[in-house]
Design a binder for this molecule. Structure first.
Ligand code: 3HC
Length: 311
């Protein structure tokens, strides 16, 4: 009986079909989806903090309105992804506890500080650009709820990237000091944005199985390469230099060669020893505790509604 179910599952995945919540799935498939989608959701929620830091400091009402819309989008992406995770039998309250207790991860990129307003443009251009490279293939992930969540999220991410690039182009057309502010932000965010794609393929314990289950459609290094090749001409159009002296076009490979990533830094940040890890988790814990009354009120209201409908 299970053998038939397993054969069905394998056939569906091999035929680029969709696995839906009520379908039979191997325990490992469920577990790795919960791991990846929960951590993706955590990344969206934690990602609100670095940008939120500039909502009250935005240089104009227009920039404040754009940034507010973007941070609200990230919150929405997080809720979307928690809903997708809940179709696998876990509850977002449990996932939030795991995040706050550092038992689940979120993207390393959000552990760096946003020191100037140019960081907001660079996050839009580079971080959301990297996220787009990583998320577009996930629209073809074998798990239905995840793939469908990605379609909506990718549409909003492209607005995020365009507003970031436009913000930087405005600064680059400004004063020397503004141009220097942009270059400083690019220097600080370039290498961490490469680390968003995860460890090198040879050091990735999950890639092979995730590719076989068509959760992942490309490996970490393939997507990282795609991101570099996409970004180099954009940096030229912007008039900034990417901080990698080994970055150059390789005619033979038809791709850019680039320097070595500092995997010690990556490991440190993933382990929790990055510049802002403690602050990000402390803020998330505080927001969760301070929000208890909202959850209680919503639950009380729902119970009252239920009593009313029961009559
Ligand atoms: N930060 C933190 N942890 C990372 C990481 C990073 N940048 N890259 C990899 N890791 C972790 C993995 O989670 C895994 O640990 P785990 O087994 O405890 O979960 C370990 O390092 C080994 O990495 P693998 O490559 O084996 O793990 P995956 O196969 O899961 O690949 C991934 C990592 C490419 C991030 C993949 O999980 C993925 O595509 N996730 C969905 C996309 C995502 O989470 N993006 C976050 C970017 S932020 C974002 O999108 C928000 C946007 O609004 C900017």
């Amino acid at each position: 009986e299970t053998r038939d179910l397993e054969a069905d599952f394998e056939r569906t995945v091999a035929a680029e079909g969709r696995i839906e919540p009520r379908d039979w799935m191997p325990e490992g498939y469920r577990r790795t989806l919960i791991r990846q989608i929960a951590q993706h959701a955590h990344s969206e929620i934690i990602g609100m903090q670095p940008e939120g830091n500039w909502i009250l400091r935005a240089p104009s009402l227009r920039r404040k309105a754009i940034l507010l819309a973007k941070v609200q989008d990230e919150a929405g992406h997080g809720l979307y992804l928690y809903s997708a995770t809940e179709t696998l039998g876990v509850d977002r309250a449990e996932l939030t506890e795991k995040l706050i207790d550092a038992k689940q991860k979120y993207s390393s990129i959000f552990n760096y500080p946003t020191l100037t307003f140019a960081d907001i443009g660079v996050i839009g251009w580079l971080v959301d650009g990297a996220a787009i490279c990583n998320q577009v293939p996930l629209c073809r992930s074998s798990y239905g709820p995840y793939a469908r969540a990605m379609v909506r999220i990718c549409k909003e991410e492209s607005f995020h990237q365009r507003q970031g690039f436009e913000l930087l182009r405005t600064l680059m057309a400004g004063t020397d000091a503004q141009r220097a502010m942009v270059q400083d932000a690019v220097d600080r965010w370039w290498w961490p944005s490469l680390m968003m794609f995860g460890p090198a393929d040879g050091d990735s314990p999950n890639t092979q199985q995730s590719m076989a289950w068509r959760i992942k459609r490309h490996t970490n290094d393939e997507l990282r390469q795609r991101y570099v090749d996409m970004t180099v001409p954009q940096a030229a159009a912007l008039g900034v230099t990417l901080p990698d002296p080994e970055l150059r076009w390789n005619e033979e490979r038809q791709a850019h060669d680039f320097g070595a990533i500092d995997w010690d830094e990556f490991a440190q940040v993933v382990k929790g020893a990055g510049p802002c890890n403690a602050q990000r988790l402390a803020n998330r814990r505080a927001a969760h505790e301070e929000g208890q009354w909202v959850r209680d009120a919503a639950a009380a209201y729902a119970a009252k509604q239920a009593r009313r409908t029961e009559g």
